[in-house]
Design a protein around this ligand. Structure first.
Ligand SMILES: CC(C)(COP(=O)(O)OP(=O)(O)OC[C@H]1O[C@@H](n2cnc3c(N)ncnc32)[C@H](O)[C@@H]1OP(=O)(O)O)[C@@H](O)C(=O)NCCC(=O)NCCS
Length: 135
């Protein structure tokens, strides 16, 4: 398995992969946004590829105060092989090297499998409620 940075022009491939993983596309998943994210987050926007197929993804950002993780996903046929764990470990290492003191992420409340995954990786559920506003 090859873990590498997202490349320009891979947006369609990645969106198809996310849909196959059951991830709903959100604001920020268009080509322009993905390219901007990749530029700001060098070494933190990773894909895992095997036999020319995408098998995993992770987008991590550091805003100077917190690290944020998005779209951590493993292809349904490749789950429980440690791909998610490996991708998270890779970006945690890079975030720590950048001086990031804490990592956050959001989980949909109807996604118990993701919760088990995060808990297995040492993440703890926090007592916060998400607010948002599209711009
Ligand atoms: C959550 C997800 C990324 C996990 O990816 P993965 O590559 O299968 O995870 P790993 O193999 O690295 O699992 C690491 C550990 O997490 C736990 N875990 C992972 N999936 C689990 C599940 N379905 N049920 C219970 N525990 C689970 C296990 O402890 C596992 O270790 P083990 O296999 O040695 O027991 C994957 O299921 C996925 O893509 N889900 C859909 C998208 C999604 O919900 N992403 C998270 C958004 S917040």
């Amino acid at each position: 398995m090859d873990i590498r940075s997202f490349r320009d022009g891979e947006g369609d491939r990645l969106r198809t992969f996310w849909l196959a993983c059951g991830i709903q596309l959100r604001p920020g998943d268009d080509d322009r946004s993905l390219a901007a994210f990749a530029l700001r987050s060098e070494g933190l926007f990773l894909v895992a590829e095997e036999h020319a197929h995408l098998v995993g993804s992770i987008l991590a950002g550091f805003d100077g105060r917190r690290g944020w993780l998005y779209h951590v996903a493993t292809h349904p046929d490749e789950r429980r092989r440690g791909i998610g764990r490996t991708l998270v470990a890779r970006v945690e290492e890079r975030l720590a090297a950048l001086g990031c003191p804490k990592v956050n992420l959001l989980v949909l409340d109807e996604n118990p499998y993701a919760m088990r995954f995060w808990e297995a990786l040492g993440y703890r559920r926090e007592r916060t409620v998400e607010y948002g506003k599209p711009l």
